[in-house]
Design a binder for this molecule. Structure first.
Ligand code: FAD
Length: 493
């Protein structure tokens, strides 16, 4: 018989828990191990996956297939037009390959859990041993609870508990070994599987040649690249991370999020590497590494939130009272935000960075999400979707969490009156205006502090000449409107 590992958001060999277990089992039984990946254009469309992320996934699959091939492990890739058909097709493939054991890492989003539940039933009916494994989070969702046994909805106490858990359970930081050569002779028994090619992107998700080339240069695919970037980041930037991470000019963060999103890099590996560099500590010694580890913990936190409150997958706010907020639906303002033409230089620079790089700095994500939902009072769900449609690192839990933070409709305990002032954010995190000048060419000739607010600070002539728009809203008035809207929603309860 054969052992199958179904790859999903875990496109790597190193530190992949289900793959490791599948390999150990195949080795024990001396039978072949086969990898499987199902391309689902319907899933990509339903989840608003960006063309950049689809392209990155397909490029990562190519690398994965090569790496597996070197171990004589085939990676069978096929497209299923109907996502509902996936569980049945997996069982058919297992039967075709004579497989009685199927391994996969769990994905926690509601659609994925439903699909897995169906697969569990079908496998049981067909005498296939299906082994779903927890892998994507460093600490398994559900493992942390307050003294009253409640799941945490606030990051800081949750983070304390996350740290304490890892100190008490060091095995959670054990990195799994990569598989070795295929224990069974797959080349002889399942030869056809080695001819399988990675398909092209579906018609709905095709990038222009120019974008594809740029993304290939910005984000070379594969786990080797991810591990190299991780080492380089820790060596060159980790120590300064706490001090520099919010500054917009230059590159002070790891830009590893695309690799985490498609699973080319495991969050556990990243935490372990940072801990090792930090002389074995998670939460003391060097503030740079400590802070970076705490950012990786945010990724876990939002996945835990998703598991505990799965209704957030249904376009819902975390707190029911926020359902009553009255949103605006002005199409022109939304388009101005998407195009980076709001007349707020910091917002426009960030939105243009997103369009060019399919990625945006965390501070910029906070600024533009606050601007969309507080200054423009546009529904946060529209911004959340636009991010998914454009980000190369689009991840449901982190994106929903980030939009909940920006729009004050999420788990964040801050009261709704924390409204970012785009001007102050710009002066603080891009003091010399380098970030703005890089992404908003219309303002390149504006010198000094006028860059933050050209029309009000004597640079109107340059801005106008170059076609840079005037601010589409007045921040102070918008702020009052947002406060009013939140107040009345909360009063309605
Ligand atoms: P680094 O600063 O190097 O941090 C390392 C890793 O820690 C990141 O790669 C990421 O996995 C994790 N991390 C850091 N900050 C956060 C955070 N605030 N929340 C969750 N994880 C974090 N991140 C995504 O991966 N996908 C998204 O779709 C996404 N959408 C967001 C939307 C909004 C409105 C906001 C405010 C944040 C969003 N984030 C998202 C979180 C964060 O902005 C990115 O993870 C980060 O900018 C990625 O850059 P980096 O890899 O250089 O991060």
């Amino acid at each position: 018989s054969t052992v199958v590992h179904w790859f999903k958001g875990d496109l790597r060999l190193h530190d992949n828990r289900a793959l490791h277990t599948a390999y150990q089992y195949a080795k024990e039984k001396q039978v072949p191990l086969v990898g499987l990946f199902i391309v689902s254009p319907e899933d990509w469309a339903a989840h608003s996956t960006s063309p950049a992320r689809v392209d990155f996934t397909l490029r990562t699959l190519k690398r994965l297939q090569q790496d597996l091939g070197e171990l004589d492990i085939p990676l069978h890739i096929e497209t299923q037009e109907k996502r509902k058909a996936i569980p049945k097709r997996i069982v058919e493939l297992c039967q075709q390959w004579g497989a009685k054991s199927l391994y996969a890492n769990i994905e926690y989003e509601v659609d994925e859990l439903r699909r897995e539940a169906k697969l569990v039933r079908l496998c049981a009916d067909n005498d296939i041993n299906f082994n779903p494994t927890h892998d994507t989070c460093v600490v398994t969702p559900g493992a942390l609870a307050s003294q009253q046994g409640k799941q945490y909805a606030v990051y800081t106490p949750w983070y304390r508990s996350w740290l304490a858990f890892l100190k008490e359970n060091p095995d959670y930081l054990e990195v799994s070994e990569e598989p070795g050569p295929n224990p069974g002779n797959a080349r002889q028994q399942l030869q056809d599987l080695f001819d399988c090619k990675v398909p092209a992107a579906p018609k709905t998700h095709i990038l222009s040649d120019e974008d594809q080339k740029r993304f290939e240069e910005l984000y070379p695919a594969g786990e080797h690249e991810a591990l190299e970037r991780l080492d380089k980041f820790l060596e060159e930037k980790g120590k300064k991370y706490e001090e520099m991470r919010s500054m917009l000019p230059g590159e002070h963060t790891s830009v590893l999020s695309p690799y985490f999103a498609c699973g080319a890099l495991s969050a556990r590996t990243a935490v372990v590497a940072a801990k090792t560099t930090n002389k074995g500590h998670l939460d003391r010694y060097d503030p740079g590494y400590m802070t970076w580890i705490s950012e990786l913990a945010w990724r876990d936190f939002y996945k835990h939130v998703l598991v505990n409150w799965p209704f957030i997958c249904m376009n819902k706010c975390f707190k029911p009272e926020h359902t009553n907020i009255e949103w605006e639906y002005d199409k022109d303002q939304f388009q101005a935000w998407c195009d980076g033409k709001t007349g707020f230089p910091i917002v426009d620079a960030a939105m243009r960075q997103l369009r060019h790089c399919a990625w945006m700095h965390n501070r910029s994500r906070m600024v533009v999400s606050s601007f969309l939902t507080k200054d423009l009072m546009l529904d946060w769900r529209r911004g959340e979707r636009y991010f998914m449609e454009n980000l190369i690192d689009g991840d449901f839990a982190s994106n929903h969490g980030g939009w909940g933070f920006g729009s004050s409709t999420g788990v964040d305990p801050q009261p709704y009156f924390r409204i970012f002032n785009p001007l102050r954010q710009s002066e603080r995190f891009d003091p010399e205006g380098e970030y703005i000048r890089r992404w908003v060419p219309e303002l390149r000739d504006v010198s000094g502090k006028a860059i933050h607010e050209p029309y009000a600070r004597g640079a109107a002539a340059i801005a106008q000449k170059n076609g840079y728009p005037k601010p589409i809203v007045d921040h102070a008035k918008s702020r009052d409107r947002a406060l009013e809207r939140f107040k009345s929603a909360l009063q309605k309860g």
